[in-house]
Design a binder for this molecule. Structure first.
Ligand SMILES: NC(=O)c1ccc[n+]([C@@H]2O[C@H](COP(=O)([O-])OP(=O)(O)OC[C@H]3O[C@@H](n4cnc5c(N)ncnc54)[C@H](O)[C@@H]3O)[C@@H](O)[C@H]2O)c1
Ligand SMILES: [Zn+2]
Length: 331
């Protein structure tokens, strides 16, 4: 990419980061702003991001903030970033709390990319674990598809499961296009995630995320009880969060008691976890969920399933129901 930019006569300043949630912080953001300010970057020059969701989020936030906003071009290089993070304009970083904990995406801005350029060939080098992590956001989209007018996504994914698992490039290209189309529909209707958007709006895309964010940055959790694989990846935390959200909804009588089983079967089929060892107490997790930016006043706003492919927003789920969700993902 750098070669093509340079051969087109464009000057480039390159900054690289080694992505992890613990470097997706204000410190890294400040470092990148310093680097851009020290370069010949002008008001109309773009920030070009090449990487996974972490790079998309930080680079987008740098572009949103530098001189109150310069263009950003997103070149996602993971499946997760192609189907989700590079699209829709959410940018940001995690916040380090006084006690040392990391709260996911607590600081950020909406800043739409001028262009998203996804080259499926980049995914050839992606690890199986990161491929699965991307599939988790696709399953999330399948689980909200009927609520946002993309009824066919879940069925299409079911019909093409084997070629998705085999990572057949033509199928993956379709998968990316179909997921981007769903996300773009939702974002176009409710770009800034209005708290009172009709029928849930953009908030529906957070299915699994309030439970998931509360456990994602806990350092000791791993998808297979092997400490060497800790911490969880974003898609793994979302997979667990979706199971908790389904079981919570089942306990409130909002959906058929088999809804969570259907989700678990989907996750199993692609090798994503539906339970995890070593979770802290339910109270601790609920408290962390309260820090999540989706919390409204003193209540915790959740996206809960009303069936396979359908979700809704709930502000008054009881602590007991949230506890049922959390306990359901304990290994
Ligand atoms: N802004 C949004 O709307 C949005 C949506 C979903 C997720 N996110 C964020 O995205 C992040 C997760 O993104 P991710 O799963 O892409 O993780 P990531 O950015 O950490 O990338 C995963 C790993 O893959 C490596 N990698 C990247 N491209 C590669 C390639 N082509 N070949 C081989 N390795 C490659 C990276 O170096 C990294 O180690 C989370 O921080 C999450 O909060 C944001
Ligand atoms: Zn996500």
């Amino acid at each position: 990419m750098i070669g093509s930019l340079q051969s087109a006569g464009l000057a480039t300043t390159i900054e690289t980061i080694t992505p992890s949630e613990s470097v997706k912080t204000l410190e890294t953001f400040g470092h990148l702003l310093g680097a851009i300010a020290g370069s010949s970057h002008g008001r109309v020059d773009p920030v070009v991001s090449l990487g996974g969701g972490i790079v998309c989020d930080i680079a987008g936030f740098v572009a949103a903030s530098y001189r109150r906003g310069v263009p950003v071009i997103q070149c996602p290089s993971t499946l997760l970033a192609m189907v989700d993070a590079s699209v829709g304009g959410k940018t940001g970083v995690n916040l380090t709390l006084d006690g040392g904990g990391l709260m996911k995406n607590l600081v950020g801005a909406f800043h739409q990319p001028r262009l998203v350029c996804a080259d499926i060939a980049l995914l050839e080098s992606l690890s199986d674990r990161h491929r699965r992590s991307g599939l988790s956001e696709c399953i999330k989209h399948a689980f909200i598809c009927k609520s946002v007018g993309h009824d066919g996504l879940g069925d299409w994914m079911g019909e093409h499961l084997e070629s998705i698992k085999a990572f057949d490039s033509a199928t993956i290209e379709q998968l990316v296009m179909r997921n981007v189309a769903l996300k773009a529909t939702v974002v176009a209707r409710d770009e800034h995630e209005s708290p009172d958007a009709i029928e849930g709006g953009r908030m529906l895309l957070n299915f699994g995320h309030t439970f998931g964010h509360a456990i994602e940055t806990l350092p000791g959790l791993s998808p297979d009880a092997d400490g060497a694989n800790a911490p969880l990846h974003h898609g793994e935390a979302v997979a667990l969060g979706m199971v908790a959200a389904c079981r919570c909804a089942e306990s409130l009588g909002m959906c058929a008691p088999t809804t969570g089983d259907s989700l678990v079967a989907m996750l199993d089929s692609v090798g994503l976890p539906s339970c995890v060892a070593g979770l802290p107490t339910t109270d601790e997790i609920v408290e962390r969920m309260g820090h999540d930016k989706k919390a409204i006043g003193s209540s915790i706003r959740l996206v809960l399933a009303t069936g396979v492919g359908q979700c809704t927003i709930v502000d008054d789920a009881s602590g007991d129901a949230m506890g049922v969700g959390i306990d359901s993902i304990r290994a």
